[in-house]
Design a protein around this ligand. Structure first.
Ligand code: DX5
Ligand code: ZN
Length: 227
């Protein structure tokens, strides 16, 4: 069993043929990362609710929904109800993180909390003991294909230190944005164990091989990651 999780993002995959795109990477990936954007929380729109739910229902992989939406308090629990394996909302968008965490969990999904580049680890720390995944954004949310923000690594390290000190072995630490063969080592060495990769995977001529290569590169430096 792999010690890391690779979650390809279909944001920049061929939208006209999504199920074929998913099939290309399903055997080698852990979760399918589904970026839901509402053109309010971020300046981009991806899927309407019904469309996202239909992808969740049809996906051959468990789905990791990343909700970049303005009203997660209302909508995020519905992704859990409809079978998304993991549901991640943005801390910046909720009015009551604690209630939302419990509403998502109550519907049987893993719960993730995402923080944008400008949000410090200290803002999410009070919720760490209640969540299944922390997503540290390594780009401003909204678009695929952006440059990895190296200056987010101290935040990833702070989260990894918290996880180690609190023995929170089941809490996944995800990074999203600009992950590729060029950045996977640094993200792993900083302590991330769950990786979203969009353009690196789907702009590759062989997406499945790229997922394998990213996994191998991460596993190679897992042993020496920050603790
Ligand atoms: C950005 C999204 C990402 C995006 C990643 O807001 O949350 O998941 O698809 O794409 P790449 O890997 O191209 O940065
Ligand atoms: Zn994402």
């Amino acid at each position: 069993m792999s010690s890391v999780r690779i979650c390809p993002s279909i944001l920049n995959a061929d939208r006209s043929n999504l199920s074929a795109e998913i099939d290309r990477i399903s055997e080698v990936s852990d979760l399918l990362h589904l970026d839901v954007m509402d053109n309010i929380f971020v300046p981009n729109f991806t899927f309407a609710f019904e469309e996202a739910i239909s992808i969740i229902k049809q996906s051959s992989l468990p789905v990791d929904s990343h909700l970049m939406i303005a009203d997660p308090d209302l909508h995020a629990p519905r992704y859990a109800e409809h079978g998304s394996t993991s549901v991640t909302f943005h801390l910046e968008a909720t009015t009551n993180a604690r209630t939302l965490i419990s509403n998502i969990k109550g519907n049987g999904s893993r719960v993730g909390v995402a923080i944008k580049p400008g949000t410090p680890f200290s803002s999410v720390e009070p919720f760490m003991a209640e969540i299944d995944m922390l997503l540290v954004m390594t780009v401003e949310p909204g678009f695929g294909g952006q440059k990895f923000m190296q200056d987010m690594m101290p935040k990833v390290k702070a989260a990894r230190t918290w996880i180690s000190e609190n023995n929170a072995k089941d809490l996944w630490l995800q990074v999203d944005g600009g992950i590729s063969l060029a950045t996977i080592e640094e993200a792993t060495l900083s302590g991330a164990d769950t990786f979203v990769a969009g353009s690196a995977v789907f702009s590759s001529p062989n997406p499945a091989q790229m997922v394998r290569d990213i996994r191998i590169a991460s596993e190679k430096c897992q042993g020496s990651s920050a603790s």
